[in-house]
Each structure stands twice: as C-alpha cells, then as structure tokens.
Write a protein of this length. Sequence first.
Length: 275
Amino acid sequence: MPHPAIARDKAAVVTGAASGIGKAAAARFAGVGMRVYLLDLPGPALDAARDEAARAATEPDHVVALPCDVSDEAEMRRAAQRVISVCTAPSILMNNAVTRTGGGVWNPWADWKKAVDVNLWGVINGVRSFGPAMISAGARAFVVNVGSKQGITNPPGNAAYNVTKAAVKTFTEALQHDLRTTPGCRVSAHLLIPGWTTTGDRAHQPGAWLPEQVVDYMLSGLEAGDFYILCPDGETTAEMDRKRILWGAGDITENRSPLSRWDPVYKDAFDTFEP
Ligand SMILES: NC(=O)c1ccc[n+]([C@@H]2O[C@H](COP(=O)([O-])OP(=O)(O)OC[C@H]3O[C@@H](n4cnc5c(N)ncnc54)[C@H](O)[C@@H]3O)[C@@H](O)[C@H]2O)c1
C-alpha cells in the first residue's frame, strides 16, 4: 500500500523541482492525481519541469510552478500562504533544493553563506512555513528532507556541502522526535539519503542511479515507515554504506583522527574493515 499521504486530490510541495530528483518526484506525485507545487528559482528550467509534470498528470491544471528562493524566509512564507489558501495543507513536503556552491574551509565567505542559506535554511524555512498547517490539518502527511551520505561520512572535497547536509540530518532527526511526541500529530519526517544519481546536465555514468530510481526507493521506504531512506547505487551497496557509517562513528569511539578513512595512517585498517 502506498503511503496514505500520496493520494489523488491531496497536495505535494517539492522544492528544487526544476531538476533531478525533485523534478522526478514532482512528476510522480502529479501522476497519481495530486496537486503539485514545484518550487524553484524562476526560469525556463522551472517552466519545463512544470510542463513535464503536467504531461504526467491526470489533472494538468493542478500542476503549478511557484518561483521561490528557498533561502528567503519571506518568499517561502508567501509560497506557503498561496498553497494553504488553495488546499488547507499539503500532505507532502519535500525539501530537496540544493546548491553545490561552498567548497573547502577557506573558500570565500559568500560561498559558505550561500551553501548554508540554501541547503540548511531552505529546509528550515520549508518546515517552519508549511509544518504547522500540516499538523493542524490532522491528516496523514510527511516531510522528506533530502540529505546526503556526505553529511554522514564527511568525505574531503566540499566541506560546506557536508556541513549543511550534516545539519539537515540533525534538524530532521529533531523534527521527527518533535512530531512523534506531539499529541494527535499525524505528520512524520524522513531523511532521504540518495546515492550517486545522475542529475542536471551530467552525462549518465555506469554505476549511477537515475532520479526515477531514487524516487522509487523513497516511495518504498515511506511505505515501510523508514525514517532513514538510505539509497544504494550501482557502485555502493547497502553493506558498504553500513560499514562506512560505522567506520566514521568509530573515529570518535576508537579515538582515531577525524576523517580517518582518508588518513594514510588508517588506510590498511579501513581496507581490512571494508574489503
Ligand atoms: N545527485 C546526487 O548524486 C545526489 C547525491 C546525494 C544527495 N543528493 C541530494 O539530492 C537533492 C537533489 O539533488 P539533485 O542532484 O537532483 O539536484 P539538482 O542540482 O539536479 O537540482 C537542484 C535544484 O535546486 C534548485 N535550487 C538551487 N538553489 C535554489 C534556491 N535558492 N531556491 C530554490 N531552488 C533552488 C536548482 O535550481 C535546481 O533546480 C539535493 O538535496 C542533493 O543534495 C543528490
């Protein structure tokens, strides 16, 4: 049985819906007859994603492009008012928008600020703008925040992105605790953790998943009631993810150096742990 929030005539809000996983999710929700609001920066990509979702929809007029900078609290609140004025509350909120701007510890302030504003504040703005109406509506509903393995295992390369995704994980865990301890609340929160997925204008590589596969995996995780929806891909199995996450936690419990997986001192030990 699909999650009851995914149903004809209910409403879904998807941020970052002009591309990749968000675009695929918006089209999927439209295909089951939901009202779908695609939130993204204004432009031809958003219009094209709306058209694509409308072609998949049983009710093309119910598919709406809502230009919105998720990092801007006022814009997000306006978007929420617009959605709530039509449908009381969405049954699905998928906070998925992302910027890869950021980089290493010494990258410009502006890059760090943008990463935090879009990737973390975008999620907080979405939850705080739509969440109260979703709770008060009293119907089954869910919030999916999109994290990353990089926010858990912290590989070197884009520290700003990793920091924001670690914060999204922490925020979503706190959100789910809050929702499950709120009397009468029928809303749940979930952390979607995609694997390597071909999105944007990147060429599809063997080993990567397509956005539609991530959406399939997300829907089965939601159906099973999973909080952590940790996707494998064609290169990384669920067992490899499990070991990498355990190894990262072991940096603290075993008093190793941080990011020891990439420290030559621990190379042999890690290679033995995850052959
Ligand atoms: N693609 C992957 O391999 C992968 C892996 C792990 C996690 N993820 C996560 O999955 C989610 C989707 O990733 P994707 O690769 O499909 O993304 P994408 O790059 O294809 O699309 C991101 C969308 O976010 C929008 N966006 C950026 N800034 C915005 C803003 N300020 N306001 C509104 N919209 C904004 C962009 O315009 C774009 O349409 C992200 O949260 C990402 O971190 C992706």
